[in-house]
Design a protein around this ligand. Structure first.
Ligand code: 3HC
Length: 689
């Protein structure tokens, strides 16, 4: 029973009960409609509407969005609630989001508990509110605040909701408030739909559009939401709602909404998952080796999750530096209001920073985040092996080194795995869990248990150079450098990829991380690089010139005074020079061609990764690219995007480019396989997996 109803005297109680968060599907809509008729038939004085469990209602059930809409439709149900002679009161104890918030708006009164959250996050699923949200919210709280909530999708807490006039009261006992509300007072309340819409304020509408374009660039839903709000300002409620509904239904079927739904469910599926075998270690104390930026971020993330941390350094100076690094994060978190004084003190108390490995003797897990050198890592692992219990799991945060080589130095290599965090490690959601050839199920289960505890999106990867994410990144950069050498500038490449949906292009991003890291990797790969593969020397020239990125004031761009990037003609000249030496006639690539090449390069690499079994599913590649590498979420991640292009088009694109360079653009066998099987990439990966 997704909607329960019962009478307490003349008060009707209606409760939505669709665990875990009362998503509103067909059964809930039908139940609510039935409850309206029931309350009227019984001539009740009021109906108090609640949500069972932790939520009021999390919105329309997004799992229904792929199918045709089924009656009764939510807007019709809500219009019935609003027009009923029996006034409804929404008692909002937890989240009232999307359709959940729209239900509350259709009620005559709204009361929130202190932990309530109200919002219209539909744009984050690529749609607009589809049950009156764009029409009732501006009528209730005014144009500017309504647009702010609808365009950004950000919910508001109880106090803010009260300030905005979104709820009538905030009460520790919201149900009691609804029961006690004076019947006459209730009668005087006007249904939100009967209120006049606010005046159309051109400046406010323009500001909302500017926000949509700046913060949600490339996405269609936020601008459509503004249009629906604007249209409703001059229309009766029913007409405004009809326009809103048509836009909602159209967007629901669109590519962006499908991509965002895919990410929503893929993320949730990943967060909850455990490794399919083994028993995780009990996590209480974790040793972290290395208190640099990465180690300190990892340590802070562990402390946040309530774990004790022993942070290991090599000497007294290292201990001081590590202490300062973690201390800084604690202070910043406190300043931002994320933790209070007590929280900061608890984190400091749970942290031991030392150069004495013996103090990590109780740790059941160690995460090494030391310098990227096999020698250094082997020394660290030997010390961990000596100090920690024999069954403790030993993890390395290496980005590129071979886990199997690290494990080879450990007596029992089955204890060793990779836990690849992304900087800043306490914020970035992605965690690559790297499975060496000897890694045990217990070690992997521990990695997944840790991921869950830290609230990460865990993705398992096999051993190869760069695992999943950095391997795709390397190919992306290689394609960018080739385009640069053969005809474009870094700023043209960056602009093309920003238009694609990245927050920044590959060159600006590399300026932030530093050109020296990729340079060191290239030197490491010199011995094994395919001699037939074209090598673009421009990045090496940059390093020779000391242009290492923002930290040196100049990289692909110049940063006068350490700020604001400026295009650097010297960098553009390097490509002219190298192209001249190599006898290349340069081509003027347009932004579409740049995007085509860079995206296809990534897709082909990802397909090789799937082919080799380094990644387990296409969705895992989507999670890695979105949560670790800034691939636009609204494109659904790299492989989801590849499927919107279609395997056939991907293969044709690769074959055409292979005419230019058969080595770099050799189509992955996985692409050919998907085409031959007539399956999407996702389905082909599932079949092959
Ligand atoms: N539809 C379908 N399933 C939903 C859902 C929804 N709207 N919201 C949550 N769920 C599911 C999740 O997939 C998850 O399922 P699982 O247990 O099988 O993995 C389960 O509910 C719990 O969700 P979370 O793991 O996210 O739980 P949290 O406690 O971390 O977060 C939440 C709860 C804040 C409600 C979060 O789930 C959320 O933000 N949900 C989406 C809210 C939203 O975007 N609503 C708008 C929907 S569109 C709409 O309403 C259209 C209308 O205008 C007509």
């Amino acid at each position: 029973m997704t909607v329960r109803m019962w009478a307490e005297g003349r008060v009707g109680r209606v409760e939505m009960d669709n665990p875990p968060v009362n998503a509103i599907g067909a059964a809930t809509r039908a139940g609510l409609l039935k409850a309206v008729a029931w309350a009227e038939e019984k001539r009740l004085e009021r109906v108090i509407l609640t949500g069972a469990g932790r939520a009021f209602a999390a919105g329309a059930d997004a799992r229904e969005f792929d199918a045709d809409p089924v009656e009764p439709h939510l807007p019709d149900v809500l219009n019935r609630i609003e027009a009923s002679p029996v006034p409804w009161i929404a008692v909002i104890g937890g989240v009232a989001l999307g359709g959940g918030c729209e239900i509350a708006l259709a009620c005559r009164a709204r009361v929130a508990g202190p932990k309530a959250q109200l919002g219209l996050p539909e744009v984050t699923l690529g749609v607009i509110p589809g049950a009156g949200g764009t029409q009732r919210l501006p009528r209730l709280i005014g144009l500017a605040p309504a647009l702010d909530m609808i365009v950004t999708g950000k919910p508001v807490g109880a106090t803010r909701a009260l300030d905005l006039g979104l709820v009538h009261a905030v009460d520790e006992d919201p149900l009691g408030w609804a029961e006690m509300l004076n019947a006459e007072a209730l009668d005087t309340l006007v249904p939100v739909g009967d209120l006049n819409p606010p005046a159309a304020d051109a400046a406010v509408l323009a500001a909302a559009r500017a926000t949509a374009e700046a913060k949600m660039r490339g996405q269609v839903a936020p601008l459509r939401a503004v249009a629906a709000v604007e249209a409703g300002l001059a229309l009766p409620l029913a007409e405004g709602m009809a326009g809103e509904r048509a836009a909602f239904l159209e967007l629901r079927q669109g590519a962006q909404a499908k991509a965002l739904r895919h990410m929503f469910f893929a993320e949730r599926a990943a967060r909850g998952r455990a490794w399919r075998g083994g028993t995780p270690a009990l996590l209480d104390t974790v040793a972290v080796v290395g208190g640099g930026t990465m180690g300190a971020g990892i340590a802070y993330g562990l402390l946040n999750a309530g774990l004790k941390v022993v942070l290991l350094e090599t000497d007294a100076a290292g201990v001081d530096r590590a202490e300062a690094n973690v201390g800084r994060i604690i202070e910043q978190s406190q300043k931002r209001g994320l933790i209070d004084e007590g929280g900061a003190a608890a984190r400091r108390a749970a942290l031991t920073v030392t150069d004495d490995y013996a103090r990590a003797g109780e740790a059941t897990l160690a995460i090494e985040a030391a310098f990227e050198s096999l020698e250094v890592k082997r020394t660290v692992f030997a010390a961990l092996e000596a100090a920690l219990p024999p069954e403790a799991v030993l993890a390395t945060n290496t980005s590129y080194l071979d886990i199997d080589e690290i494990a080879a130095g450990v007596g029992d290599p089955s204890r060793v795995l990779g836990l690849h965090f992304f900087a800043p490690a306490h914020i970035m959601k992605l965690l690559e869990i790297v499975r060496g050839k000897a890694t045990s199920d217990d070690a992997l289960a521990t990695g997944f248990a840790l991921g869950k505890r830290l609230g990460k999106v865990p993705v398992v990867a096999g051993v190869c150079d760069g695992f999943i994410g950095n391997r795709i990144l390397a190919r992306y950069r290689e394609a960018a450098d080739t385009v640069f050498m053969d005809g474009s500038t870094p700023w043209e490449v960056d602009e093309a990829m920003v238009e694609f949906g990245y927050a920044m292009g590959p060159y600006e991003a590399q300026d932030l991380s530093g050109l020296d890291i990729a340079h060191a990797n290239r030197r490491r790969q010199d011995a094994t690089r395919d001699p037939n593969r074209r090598y673009i020397p421009i990045a090496d020239r940059m390093v020779e010139l000391g242009k290492l990125g923002k930290k040196t004031g100049a990289g692909w761009y110049r940063y006068p005074g350490g700020n604001g990037k400026v295009e650097d003609p010297i960098v553009a000249d390097l490509a002219l020079e190298e192209a001249h030496f190599a006898g290349i006639t340069r081509t003027d690539y347009g932004p579409d061609e740049i995007r085509h090449r860079l995206v296809l390069a990534m897709i082909n690499e990802a397909c090789d990764i799937l082919h080799e079994g380094i990644a387990e599913s296409a969705a895992d590649i989507d999670l890695v690219t979105v949560f670790g590498y800034g691939f636009p979420r609204w494109r659904g991640g790299l492989m989801h995007h590849a499927d919107t292009l279609g395997p056939q088009a991907v293969l044709a694109g690769l074959q055409a480019l292979a005419q230019e360079d058969p080595v770099a653009w050799r189509p992955s066998p996985f692409v050919e396989g998907a085409v031959a099987a007539g399956l999407s990439f996702a389905d082909f990966a599932a079949r092959e997996g």
